[in-house]
Write a protein that binds this ligand. Sequence first.
Ligand code: ARG
Length: 316
Amino acid sequence: QEGTLDGNREKALGAGAIAYEELDLREEFARDFLAPIIKANALYEGQYPLVSALSRPLIVQQQVAMARKYGADGIAHGCTGKGNDQVRFEVSSMALAPDLELVAPVRNWGFTREDSIAYAAEHGIPVGATKEKLYSIDDNLWGRAIECGEMEDPWAVPPKGVWLLTQQTATEPRDVVIGFERGVPVAIDGDKLGMAEIIARLNDVVGSYGWGRIDMVENRRVGIKSRETYECPAALALIMAHRDLESICLERDLEREKARFEPRYAELIYDGLWFSPLKKALDSFIDSSQEFVTGEVRLHLEPNSCEVTGRRSEHS
Ligand code: ARG
Protein backbone atom coordinates (compact mmCIF):
# COMPACT_ATOMS: atom_id res chain seq x y z
CA GLN A 1 0.00 0.00 0.00
CA GLU A 2 0.93 3.60 -0.45
CA GLY A 3 2.30 5.44 2.56
CA THR A 4 4.17 3.93 5.45
CA LEU A 5 3.42 1.79 8.47
CA ASP A 6 5.30 4.25 10.71
CA GLY A 7 3.26 5.30 13.67
CA ASN A 8 0.77 2.44 13.36
CA ARG A 9 2.19 0.61 16.34
CA GLU A 10 1.89 3.71 18.55
CA LYS A 11 -1.62 4.31 17.28
CA ALA A 12 -2.69 0.73 18.00
CA LEU A 13 -1.15 0.59 21.44
CA GLY A 14 -2.48 4.08 22.21
CA ALA A 15 -5.95 2.83 21.36
CA GLY A 16 -5.55 0.06 23.93
CA ALA A 17 -4.37 -2.86 21.78
CA ILE A 18 -2.69 -5.72 23.68
CA ALA A 19 -0.49 -6.57 20.67
CA TYR A 20 0.44 -5.24 17.23
CA GLU A 21 1.54 -7.34 14.22
CA GLU A 22 2.60 -6.47 10.68
CA LEU A 23 2.13 -9.12 7.99
CA ASP A 24 3.41 -9.20 4.40
CA LEU A 25 0.73 -11.16 2.53
CA ARG A 26 1.66 -10.40 -1.08
CA GLU A 27 2.41 -14.03 -2.00
CA GLU A 28 -0.82 -15.36 -0.45
CA PHE A 29 -2.76 -12.55 -2.07
CA ALA A 30 -1.37 -13.43 -5.49
CA ARG A 31 -1.74 -17.19 -5.12
CA ASP A 32 -5.14 -17.43 -3.45
CA PHE A 33 -6.94 -14.31 -4.66
CA LEU A 34 -5.38 -13.02 -7.88
CA ALA A 35 -4.76 -16.35 -9.65
CA PRO A 36 -8.50 -17.22 -9.59
CA ILE A 37 -9.34 -13.79 -11.01
CA ILE A 38 -6.92 -14.19 -13.90
CA LYS A 39 -8.26 -17.67 -14.70
CA ALA A 40 -11.79 -16.26 -14.65
CA ASN A 41 -11.00 -13.09 -16.67
CA ALA A 42 -13.06 -11.42 -13.95
CA LEU A 43 -13.91 -7.78 -14.64
CA TYR A 44 -16.82 -6.21 -12.77
CA GLU A 45 -19.25 -4.55 -15.18
CA GLY A 46 -16.82 -5.42 -17.92
CA GLN A 47 -14.06 -3.14 -16.68
CA TYR A 48 -12.97 -3.26 -13.04
CA PRO A 49 -10.55 -6.03 -11.99
CA LEU A 50 -11.88 -6.01 -8.39
CA VAL A 51 -8.81 -4.52 -6.70
CA SER A 52 -10.42 -3.65 -3.34
CA ALA A 53 -13.00 -6.42 -3.43
CA LEU A 54 -10.18 -8.98 -3.49
CA SER A 55 -8.26 -7.67 -0.50
CA ARG A 56 -11.21 -7.74 1.91
CA PRO A 57 -11.65 -11.51 2.26
CA LEU A 58 -7.90 -11.90 2.83
CA ILE A 59 -7.94 -9.20 5.51
CA VAL A 60 -10.89 -10.90 7.20
CA GLN A 61 -9.13 -14.29 7.11
CA GLN A 62 -6.23 -12.71 8.97
CA GLN A 63 -8.48 -10.84 11.40
CA VAL A 64 -10.22 -14.06 12.33
CA ALA A 65 -6.87 -15.83 12.78
CA MET A 66 -5.72 -13.00 15.08
CA ALA A 67 -8.98 -13.04 17.02
CA ARG A 68 -8.47 -16.76 17.64
CA LYS A 69 -4.80 -16.31 18.53
CA TYR A 70 -5.46 -13.60 21.10
CA GLY A 71 -8.86 -14.85 22.27
CA ALA A 72 -10.79 -11.79 21.07
CA ASP A 73 -14.58 -11.96 20.92
CA GLY A 74 -15.08 -9.49 18.08
CA ILE A 75 -13.42 -7.88 15.05
CA ALA A 76 -13.64 -4.32 13.75
CA HIS A 77 -13.50 -2.30 10.56
CA GLY A 78 -13.41 1.43 9.93
CA CYS A 79 -15.70 1.67 6.88
CA THR A 80 -18.40 4.26 6.47
CA GLY A 81 -21.95 3.30 5.55
CA LYS A 82 -21.66 4.39 1.92
CA GLY A 83 -19.48 1.83 0.25
CA ASN A 84 -19.09 -1.82 -0.65
CA ASP A 85 -16.25 -2.52 1.72
CA GLN A 86 -18.44 -2.63 4.85
CA VAL A 87 -20.51 -5.35 3.15
CA ARG A 88 -17.45 -7.33 2.12
CA PHE A 89 -15.88 -7.21 5.59
CA GLU A 90 -19.06 -8.18 7.34
CA VAL A 91 -20.30 -10.88 4.97
CA SER A 92 -16.84 -12.48 4.94
CA SER A 93 -16.50 -12.43 8.68
CA MET A 94 -19.98 -13.85 9.20
CA ALA A 95 -19.09 -16.64 6.79
CA LEU A 96 -15.80 -17.49 8.50
CA ALA A 97 -16.58 -16.76 12.15
CA PRO A 98 -20.27 -16.22 12.89
CA ASP A 99 -19.55 -16.20 16.63
CA LEU A 100 -17.41 -13.04 16.47
CA GLU A 101 -19.06 -9.70 17.15
CA LEU A 102 -18.73 -7.08 14.40
CA VAL A 103 -17.62 -3.64 15.51
CA ALA A 104 -18.06 -0.77 13.02
CA PRO A 105 -17.70 2.48 14.96
CA VAL A 106 -17.32 4.91 12.07
CA ARG A 107 -20.55 3.71 10.53
CA ASN A 108 -22.54 2.80 13.64
CA TRP A 109 -21.71 5.96 15.56
CA GLY A 110 -22.15 8.04 12.40
CA PHE A 111 -18.69 9.58 12.80
CA THR A 112 -17.60 12.37 10.49
CA ARG A 113 -13.90 12.86 9.97
CA GLU A 114 -13.91 15.66 12.58
CA ASP A 115 -15.69 13.37 15.06
CA SER A 116 -13.00 10.71 14.57
CA ILE A 117 -10.19 13.22 15.18
CA ALA A 118 -11.91 14.57 18.29
CA TYR A 119 -12.51 11.05 19.60
CA ALA A 120 -8.85 10.13 19.08
CA ALA A 121 -7.63 13.27 20.86
CA GLU A 122 -9.96 12.63 23.79
CA HIS A 123 -8.72 9.05 24.16
CA GLY A 124 -5.00 9.72 23.70
CA ILE A 125 -4.71 7.96 20.33
CA PRO A 126 -2.02 9.60 18.17
CA VAL A 127 -3.39 10.26 14.66
CA GLY A 128 -1.17 12.08 12.19
CA ALA A 129 -3.63 13.40 9.64
CA THR A 130 -5.66 16.44 10.48
CA LYS A 131 -5.93 18.09 7.06
CA GLU A 132 -8.87 17.05 4.92
CA LYS A 133 -8.04 14.22 2.54
CA LEU A 134 -9.08 14.98 -1.02
CA TYR A 135 -9.67 11.46 -2.27
CA SER A 136 -10.53 8.06 -0.90
CA ILE A 137 -7.70 5.86 -2.13
CA ASP A 138 -7.28 2.12 -1.76
CA ASP A 139 -4.36 0.27 -3.27
CA ASN A 140 -2.65 -3.08 -3.32
CA LEU A 141 -0.56 -5.28 -5.62
CA TRP A 142 -3.47 -5.56 -8.07
CA GLY A 143 -3.96 -1.82 -8.60
CA ARG A 144 -5.22 1.40 -7.19
CA ALA A 145 -8.70 2.92 -6.69
CA ILE A 146 -9.15 6.70 -6.47
CA GLU A 147 -12.59 8.10 -5.70
CA CYS A 148 -14.41 11.16 -4.28
CA GLY A 149 -13.33 14.81 -4.43
CA GLU A 150 -14.25 16.63 -7.62
CA MET A 151 -14.53 13.31 -9.46
CA GLU A 152 -17.91 12.67 -7.87
CA ASP A 153 -19.18 14.66 -10.83
CA PRO A 154 -19.02 12.06 -13.63
CA TRP A 155 -18.41 14.79 -16.23
CA ALA A 156 -15.33 16.17 -14.46
CA VAL A 157 -12.01 15.19 -16.03
CA PRO A 158 -9.89 13.33 -13.44
CA PRO A 159 -7.13 15.71 -12.29
CA LYS A 160 -3.68 14.64 -13.55
CA GLY A 161 -2.44 14.32 -9.97
CA VAL A 162 -4.62 11.28 -9.21
CA TRP A 163 -2.52 8.98 -11.40
CA LEU A 164 0.49 7.33 -9.86
CA LEU A 165 1.06 3.91 -11.49
CA THR A 166 0.28 5.07 -15.02
CA GLN A 167 2.50 8.10 -15.54
CA GLN A 168 3.91 7.72 -19.04
CA THR A 169 7.70 7.87 -18.91
CA ALA A 170 8.69 5.19 -21.46
CA THR A 171 8.89 6.28 -25.10
CA GLU A 172 10.55 3.37 -26.93
CA PRO A 173 8.12 0.66 -28.10
CA ARG A 174 8.82 -2.79 -26.66
CA ASP A 175 7.42 -6.32 -26.40
CA VAL A 176 6.77 -8.35 -23.25
CA VAL A 177 6.13 -12.09 -23.45
CA ILE A 178 4.03 -13.59 -20.67
CA GLY A 179 4.18 -17.33 -20.03
CA PHE A 180 1.15 -19.11 -18.53
CA GLU A 181 0.74 -22.57 -17.03
CA ARG A 182 -2.79 -23.89 -16.48
CA GLY A 183 -4.13 -20.38 -16.66
CA VAL A 184 -1.75 -18.64 -14.28
CA PRO A 185 1.21 -16.42 -15.20
CA VAL A 186 4.57 -18.05 -14.48
CA ALA A 187 7.13 -16.13 -16.55
CA ILE A 188 8.02 -12.81 -18.16
CA ASP A 189 10.25 -12.93 -21.25
CA GLY A 190 11.18 -16.51 -20.42
CA ASP A 191 12.21 -15.74 -16.79
CA LYS A 192 10.32 -17.96 -14.36
CA LEU A 193 9.09 -15.77 -11.51
CA GLY A 194 6.66 -15.89 -8.61
CA MET A 195 3.26 -14.40 -9.38
CA ALA A 196 3.62 -11.46 -7.00
CA GLU A 197 6.90 -10.57 -8.71
CA ILE A 198 5.36 -10.87 -12.19
CA ILE A 199 2.53 -8.55 -11.19
CA ALA A 200 4.85 -6.00 -9.58
CA ARG A 201 7.09 -5.97 -12.66
CA LEU A 202 4.18 -5.61 -15.05
CA ASN A 203 2.78 -2.72 -13.03
CA ASP A 204 6.11 -0.96 -13.53
CA VAL A 205 6.63 -1.84 -17.18
CA VAL A 206 3.09 -1.48 -18.51
CA GLY A 207 2.35 1.48 -16.24
CA SER A 208 5.38 3.33 -17.59
CA TYR A 209 3.62 3.41 -20.97
CA GLY A 210 0.73 5.29 -19.38
CA TRP A 211 -1.61 2.35 -19.96
CA GLY A 212 -4.02 0.71 -17.51
CA ARG A 213 -6.45 3.45 -16.48
CA ILE A 214 -10.18 2.99 -15.95
CA ASP A 215 -12.72 5.79 -15.62
CA MET A 216 -16.21 4.43 -15.03
CA VAL A 217 -19.48 4.83 -13.20
CA GLU A 218 -20.20 1.60 -11.37
CA ASN A 219 -23.20 0.17 -9.56
CA ARG A 220 -22.26 -0.31 -5.94
CA ARG A 221 -23.64 -3.21 -3.92
CA VAL A 222 -25.36 -0.75 -1.60
CA GLY A 223 -27.54 0.62 -4.39
CA ILE A 224 -25.81 3.80 -5.46
CA LYS A 225 -23.93 4.63 -8.61
CA SER A 226 -20.43 5.89 -8.15
CA ARG A 227 -17.84 7.45 -10.43
CA GLU A 228 -14.58 5.59 -9.95
CA THR A 229 -11.12 5.84 -11.36
CA TYR A 230 -8.65 2.99 -11.21
CA GLU A 231 -5.18 2.26 -12.46
CA CYS A 232 -4.42 -1.42 -12.87
CA PRO A 233 -1.77 -1.88 -15.57
CA ALA A 234 -0.69 -5.41 -14.60
CA ALA A 235 -4.21 -6.65 -13.91
CA LEU A 236 -5.62 -5.45 -17.23
CA ALA A 237 -2.60 -6.66 -19.21
CA LEU A 238 -2.68 -10.12 -17.59
CA ILE A 239 -6.41 -10.61 -18.07
CA MET A 240 -6.16 -9.49 -21.69
CA ALA A 241 -3.25 -11.88 -22.32
CA HIS A 242 -4.93 -14.76 -20.49
CA ARG A 243 -8.20 -14.39 -22.36
CA ASP A 244 -6.29 -14.31 -25.61
CA LEU A 245 -4.40 -17.49 -24.76
CA GLU A 246 -7.72 -19.19 -24.01
CA SER A 247 -8.82 -18.40 -27.54
CA ILE A 248 -6.35 -20.98 -28.85
CA CYS A 249 -6.47 -23.44 -25.92
CA LEU A 250 -10.17 -23.80 -25.11
CA GLU A 251 -12.60 -25.87 -27.11
CA ARG A 252 -15.38 -23.74 -28.58
CA ASP A 253 -18.31 -24.75 -26.35
CA LEU A 254 -16.23 -24.57 -23.18
CA GLU A 255 -14.92 -21.13 -24.15
CA ARG A 256 -18.41 -19.78 -24.78
CA GLU A 257 -19.97 -21.25 -21.67
CA LYS A 258 -17.12 -20.02 -19.50
CA ALA A 259 -17.55 -16.52 -20.93
CA ARG A 260 -21.19 -16.57 -19.75
CA PHE A 261 -20.15 -17.25 -16.15
CA GLU A 262 -17.31 -14.76 -15.95
CA PRO A 263 -19.44 -11.64 -15.31
CA ARG A 264 -21.44 -13.53 -12.66
CA TYR A 265 -18.22 -14.60 -10.96
CA ALA A 266 -17.02 -10.98 -10.90
CA GLU A 267 -20.35 -9.84 -9.45
CA LEU A 268 -20.20 -12.36 -6.62
CA ILE A 269 -16.77 -11.16 -5.61
CA TYR A 270 -17.73 -7.51 -5.96
CA ASP A 271 -20.75 -8.16 -3.74
CA GLY A 272 -18.61 -9.65 -0.97
CA LEU A 273 -19.49 -13.29 -1.63
CA TRP A 274 -15.94 -14.66 -1.86
CA PHE A 275 -16.77 -17.33 0.73
CA SER A 276 -20.00 -18.56 -0.85
CA PRO A 277 -21.23 -21.87 -2.29
CA LEU A 278 -21.71 -20.52 -5.81
CA LYS A 279 -18.25 -18.95 -5.87
CA LYS A 280 -16.78 -22.27 -4.74
CA ALA A 281 -18.65 -24.25 -7.38
CA LEU A 282 -17.65 -21.81 -10.12
CA ASP A 283 -14.02 -22.14 -8.99
CA SER A 284 -14.19 -25.89 -9.65
CA PHE A 285 -15.58 -25.27 -13.12
CA ILE A 286 -13.00 -22.58 -13.89
CA ASP A 287 -10.10 -24.68 -12.57
CA SER A 288 -11.11 -27.61 -14.69
CA SER A 289 -11.37 -25.35 -17.75
CA GLN A 290 -7.73 -24.31 -17.36
CA GLU A 291 -6.17 -27.75 -17.89
CA PHE A 292 -4.73 -26.84 -21.29
CA VAL A 293 -4.28 -23.09 -20.87
CA THR A 294 -0.49 -23.22 -21.07
CA GLY A 295 1.52 -21.16 -23.50
CA GLU A 296 2.79 -17.67 -24.24
CA VAL A 297 1.30 -14.34 -25.22
CA ARG A 298 3.25 -11.42 -26.65
CA LEU A 299 2.18 -7.92 -25.66
CA HIS A 300 3.35 -4.91 -27.62
CA LEU A 301 3.77 -1.66 -25.68
CA GLU A 302 3.83 1.86 -27.03
CA PRO A 303 2.97 5.10 -25.27
CA ASN A 304 -0.66 4.78 -24.12
CA SER A 305 -1.13 1.43 -25.76
CA CYS A 306 -0.79 -2.27 -24.93
CA GLU A 307 -1.86 -4.87 -27.47
CA VAL A 308 -1.61 -8.59 -28.02
CA THR A 309 0.49 -9.26 -31.12
CA GLY A 310 0.92 -13.05 -30.82
CA ARG A 311 0.00 -16.20 -28.89
CA ARG A 312 1.26 -19.79 -28.95
CA SER A 313 0.63 -23.05 -27.11
CA GLU A 314 1.53 -26.73 -27.43
CA HIS A 315 -2.17 -27.42 -26.90
CA SER A 316 -3.52 -25.21 -29.63
N1 ARG B 1 -15.45 1.06 -5.75
C1 ARG B 1 -14.39 0.11 -5.57
C2 ARG B 1 -14.89 -1.15 -4.93
O1 ARG B 1 -15.93 -1.15 -4.38
C3 ARG B 1 -13.23 0.71 -4.82
C4 ARG B 1 -13.40 0.86 -3.36
C5 ARG B 1 -12.19 1.49 -2.77
N2 ARG B 1 -12.28 1.59 -1.36
C6 ARG B 1 -12.00 2.71 -0.71
N3 ARG B 1 -12.17 2.69 0.57
N4 ARG B 1 -11.60 3.79 -1.32
O2 ARG B 1 -14.27 -2.17 -4.98
